[in-house]
Design a protein around this ligand. Structure first.
Ligand SMILES: Nc1ncnc2c1ncn2[C@@H]1O[C@H](COP(=O)(O)OP(=O)(O)OP(=O)(O)O)[C@@H](O)[C@H]1O
Length: 344
């Protein structure tokens, strides 16, 4: 578990004091993927660097598994750091070394013998799907491949935690998606806690379970991905959420109302999905169970997250009153919010 308690961080620049973190407190549980999102200069990098001691707070406490790391000597900090891997926006690879040498380097520095280093590095190359690139140099790789090498290097000391500082910010959307999928796999298969610093709401939506939103050094909002997307409170959070939910003109409320007005028959029901459900089985099950009813999708806006679908769907149901009642009762049994917009 990673804990930050009432942390302040001041930097002094050209004689002037600048407060990069203001009274920040948060807790990251073992095994989760936790997102820290904010615009440039919000204090995200400073915050994530507290965990491995790259930054020290001016006041407040930072705890790793319940133990304060403030005031630990360099020597005492070493085992703590070894349990944390870190990846960066610009990969931080050594250009003069091959892929395999880059990956093995952390083990070389602590004196692990070559045979063991090589075996471990090859195992990780397989995990990041770069087996054929062992002898390549970083300059021969694409951005996504370089980040895969950096991930393999970060995992070589068997860390319990992986800190990712804008790890996908230099990558195109498709490569970003493949790196996020890899991070989710690492979290799932190896049980590694992931802290993901980013300015891309889409990245946190895809793989995080919880998010902290930072602005001007303050943590302005925190919660599950579901709650933050459903009910963003702060203005900055609302801006991030609307950036991520690609709302086409056909999805604005006015046009939905227009669309609903055009539906002549049947009842209109709004289903709000909350991540625990997949959409297809819900609709499919209803159609199978009630063969006398007709269901058509009118409109919707759905986003996929790690836990399922998030968003809403307007459906038209044509059914006799008894079936309709049964369908609504059936839906209410599931973890979907059901709102009847119009009764037939
Ligand atoms: N070593 C430093 N000395 C002086 N000021 C610093 C230092 N490190 C960070 N800052 C300042 O602290 C503020 C927060 O920086 P930080 O890098 O944590 O923000 P960020 O949210 O990660 O943004 P970015 O994505 O642009 O890095 C910025 O105004 C930055 O200029």
């Amino acid at each position: 578990m990673l804990t930050v308690q009432q942390v302040n961080k001041q930097f002094t620049r050209e004689g002037e004091t600048f407060q990069a973190l203001k009274n920040v407190s948060l807790e990251i549980q073992d095994g989760e993927i936790y997102g820290i999102i904010g615009y440039s200069g919000a204090g995200k990098s400073t915050l994530i660097r507290l965990f491995n001691g790259l930054e020290k707070p001016t006041s407040g406490d930072v705890l790793v598994n319940g133990q304060s790391i403030i005031g630990l000597s360099e020597q005492a900090m070493r085992p703590v750091r070894q349990k944390m891997g870190m990846i960066f926006q610009h990969f931080n690879l050594l250009w003069s070394k091959t892929v395999i040498d880059n990956i093995m380097l952390p083990l070389k520095l602590i004196g692990v013998n070559k045979k063991q280093r090589l075996a471990k590095a090859r195992q990780l190359l397989k995990l990041v799907e770069l087996t054929d690139y062992e002898a390549a140099y970083p300059s021969e790789l694409s951005g996504g491949q370089k980040q895969r090498v950096a991930i393999a290097r970060a995992l070589i000391s068997d860390p319990a935690i992986l800190l990712c500082d804008e790890a996908t910010s230099a990558l195109d959307p498709k490569t970003t998606a493949s790196i996020l999928t890899l991070l989710a796999k690492i979290n799932r298969d190896l049980g590694i806690t992931i802290v993901l610093v980013t300015h891309e709401m889409d990245a946190v939506r895809r793989i995080c379970q919880r998010i902290a939103v930072m602005e001007n050094g303050q943590l302005i909002e925190e919660g599950s991905v579901h709650d933050i997307f459903e009910r963003p409170q702060a203005a900055a959070t609302k801006a991030f959420v609307s950036e991520s939910l690609v709302v086409t003109p056909s999805e604005t409320q006015a046009s939905i109302d227009q669309l609903l007005n055009r539906v002549q028959n049947g009842s209109i029901v709004k289903l709000r999905f909350n991540e625990e459900q997949s959409v297809q089985p819900v609709i499919g099950q209803l159609m199978r169970r009630y063969q006398a009813i007709e269901i058509s999708v009118i409109s919707g806006s759905l986003q996929q997250t790690v836990n399922g679908a998030l968003g809403y769907l307007y459906i038209q149901i044509q059914a006799d009153p008894t079936d309709l009642k049964a369908v609504l009762a059936d839906l209410a049994q599931q973890t979907i919010e059901v709102e009847v917009i119009r009764h037939d």
